[in-house]
Design a protein around this ligand. Structure first.
Ligand code: DC
Length: 225
């Protein structure tokens, strides 16, 4: 039995889980795993080698030998810094296709589990509570309406000076949700033992506060699901 605590935060794209998970990890002094970044890195590495997003065998090899580094907020692939590149919408869409391949998911499984180190881990993704860390001490399913998520993504892009069309963003987001929810392996869905947090009308600070309250409640023996 692994006693290092894990807080698993799963949810759809643009639900705010990355931001919230990172702040929770910082507050508790825990490690942080952005599992989506691993799928994005596989998609980017495939694009760079001109490998189509459905060539399972090759993509499984890429995932198994991924030379990825996460250091001080920067993400590198080999010697190249790709922090911003992997956030592109096109890479996100390709990641969603690559993530539907069982060979890729299997190749990334142990790598994700290796992040479980003392004093604890906050992991965000789609299957953190259901597959990667089924024994996580706290499982949260974070969600918001598709419209609220598209609006947030639109504002983020605008802040970065990138022009975007909200109707296109909403459609992309719904397509990605549909693919993440309907794939045969590790589909995105709320685990029965996960607590639901709907952030449609909630600030980031309030969402962080709720996750911390749940976690600290567990520490003092409040085991309500
Ligand atoms: O969270 P994100 O948008 O960075 O994730 C990119 C894609 O990777 C997303 O469409 C689904 C996939 N993904 C996954 O299948 N399982 C995870 N644990 C994390 C991400």
């Amino acid at each position: 039995m692994n006693l290092v605590p894990v807080i698993a935060i799963d949810g759809p794209t643009a639900s705010g889980k990355g931001t919230i998970a990172e702040i929770v990890a910082k507050t508790l002094g825990f490690h942080y795993l952005d599992s989506g970044a691993l799928y994005r890195l596989v998609a980017l590495a495939a694009q760079k080698s001109n490998i189509p997003a459905d060539y399972e065998e090759k993509l499984g090899n890429i995932a198994a030998t991924l030379d990825a580094r996460f250091e001080a907020g920067e993400i590198s692939l080999g010697t190249e810094r790709v922090t911003d590149q992997i956030r592109a919408e096109a890479v996100g869409l390709a990641a969603s296709r690559v993530a539907a391949l069982p060979g890729v998911r299997a190749a990334l499984l142990q790598r994700q589990r290796d992040y479980r180190m003392s004093p604890g881990l906050v992991a965000d993704g789609r299957d953190m509570g259901s597959v990667v860390f089924p024994d996580a001490q706290l499982k949260v399913f974070l969600t918001a309406t598709a419209e609220a998520r598209a609006e947030r993504r639109y504002k983020q892009l605008k802040q970065k000076g990138i022009t975007a069309n909200i109707t296109v963003l909403l459609q992309d987001l719904q397509d990605r949700d549909a693919r993440d929810e309907s794939r045969s392996v590790a589909p995105l869905k709320q685990s029965p033992d996960a607590r639901l947090l709907d952030t449609t009308a909630m600030s980031i600070a309030d969402a962080v506060k709720q996750v911390l309250e749940w976690y600290r409640g567990l520490e003092i023996g409040d085991a309500r699901p």
